[in-house]
Design a protein around this ligand. Structure first.
Ligand SMILES: NC(=O)C1=CN([C@@H]2O[C@H](COP(=O)(O)OP(=O)(O)OC[C@H]3O[C@@H](n4cnc5c(N)ncnc54)[C@H](O)[C@@H]3O)[C@@H](O)[C@H]2O)C=CC1
Ligand SMILES: CC(C)[C@@H](O)CC[C@@H](C)[C@H]1CC[C@H]2[C@@H]3[C@H](O)CC4=CC(=O)CC[C@]4(C)[C@H]3CC[C@]12C
Length: 369
């Protein structure tokens, strides 16, 4: 990719390009990557909105495919200069089996790596997660930590286990020789809890509040801080990392970067209220309204109900032992590694991120979209 931006037009592939983050990455590339000649959007489920993108100067190729199918991935990767791999099964609610989560998140990532090696694609940015680090199963807080902060990353849940293994595979692949004899350059980005337009969990909270007469009931102490980052800034970090990976290969290759911006440190519930409050909801209680032991019991009951109902329907509420433990454990990051290594600065201020998210919540009106 060494030619000047004007001379060579590049081919980018975004896996999971129709997902919450993926769509923002696709749109950000079209808006802010001048070297883009072709944008391939690879996803199990293609969105209808892709059609509107095909009228612009960049060739947008929608590819319906499955990352667990190596031949489909290889066909999509062949000829690409850069791969941004966001596709994944983001499930902490028991919807998918551990096997399926592993197949998509781990084997799917293996397939992307091997496709890069076999077809000669040299630059791979992987969407990892804060969950690779924690919170761990011991509930140890991670307070304003960075990429070098010591922390006992102990996981049992299939999702964080799969993200940790996939990240390891990506970083381990850095430097491998690809077809053509040059080295593969990889990096992994670790978003904390992403929010913004298209965040389905935020929409679920909004709908829950509407059902409860405009109220949500505090379940988590306000003192438990949870790191959050605006989806537009996460998308921008992906675009910038992909752009700089060649020029700064020696520094960025094999590195991990937390995704961060100016979003305030708050409890998960209080942070959500930054958007749901202006949409008419109220968070009842300055302290959790029910004792923790009762939440633990209700979370366990939800697991039992999910198991009993599975032959009839998928019952996957927000509250389960894993999500309760997540929400109750402080996990915030404070870092500038992405700025130091490849000049990242958030594109959207907190105020702008908040306004955009509020407008989106209002526009959904709690609808299914
Ligand atoms: N949502 C969040 O708060 C965070 C998400 N992440 C990571 O960001 C990435 C994107 O997550 P979201 O956008 O939130 O999830 P999402 O579920 O909205 O998007 C994932 C996309 O991947 C696609 N996909 C799933 N299985 C596939 C398969 N077998 N083949 C091809 N495509 C497949 C889905 O159709 C979907 O469009 C994931 O890798 C996730 O682990 C990391 C940190 C936080
Ligand atoms: C029901 C209440 C206890 C409520 O407060 C539960 C909130 C719970 C649904 C969320 C709390 C923390 C979230 C996770 C966190 O942001 C880290 C994540 C990283 C990812 O890679 C994917 C999403 C998630 C696991 C995110 C999911 C929702 C929470 C568990």
């Amino acid at each position: 990719m060494a030619d000047s931006a004007q001379a060579q037009k590049l081919v980018y592939l975004v896996t999971g390009g129709c997902g919450f983050l993926g769509e923002h990455v696709v749109r950000m590339l079209l808006q802010r990557e001048p070297r883009l000649g072709e944008l391939r959007v690879f996803d199990l489920h293609l969105g209808p909105w892709l059609e509107e993108l095909k009228t612009g100067p960049v060739r947008v190729t929608a590819i319906q495919g499955d990352v667990t199918q190596a031949h489909e991935v290889a066909a999509a990767v062949a000829g690409a200069h850069v791969v941004i791999h966001t596709a994944g099964l983001v499930d902490v609610f028991g919807r998918a089996s551990p096997k399926t989560i592993h197949e998509v998140n781990v084997q799917g990532t293996r397939n992307v790596i091997e496709a890069c090696v076999q077809t000669g694609t040299r630059f791979l940015v992987y969407t990892s997660s804060m969950e690779v680090v924690g919170p761990n199963t011991k509930g140890h807080p991670f307070y304003r930590g960075n990429e070098d902060t010591p922390y006992e990353a102990v996981h049992r849940h299939p999702y964080p286990c799969s993200k940790a293994l996939a990240e390891w595979l990506v970083l381990e692949a850095n430097g491998r020789e690809v077809c053509g004899g040059l080295p593969l350059v990889t990096c992994a980005l670790r978003p904390t809890g992403i929010y913004g337009e298209g965040h389905q969990i935020m929409r679920d909270f909004y709908r829950q509040g509407l059902r409860l007469g405009g109220r949500l009931f505090r379940a988590i102490p306000a003192s438990v801080e949870h790191g959050r980052v605006y989806v537009g800034n996460v998308a921008w970090m992906h675009v910038l990392a992909a752009r700089e990976l060649e020029r700064r290969a020696a520094r960025m290759g094999g590195q991990v970067y937390f995704c961060y911006d100016g979003s305030p440190y708050k409890s998960y519930e209080d942070f959500n209220m930054e958007f749901l409050g202006p949409c008419g909801l109220r968070l009842v209680g300055t302290r959790p309204l029910v004792p923790y032991w009762l939440l633990v019991f209700l979370a366990a009951l939800n697991v039992l109900l999910q198991w009993l109902l599975r032959p009839l329907l998928l019952y996957a509420p927000l509250l389960n032992p894993y999500t309760l433990a997540m929400a109750n454990t402080t996990f915030t990051v404070s870092t500038d590694k992405a700025q130091r290594h490849f000049g990242y600065e958030p594109l959207f201020s907190w105020e702008d991120s908040r306004t955009r998210t509020i407008l989106w919540v209002q526009a959904t009106g709690g609808s299914a979209q």
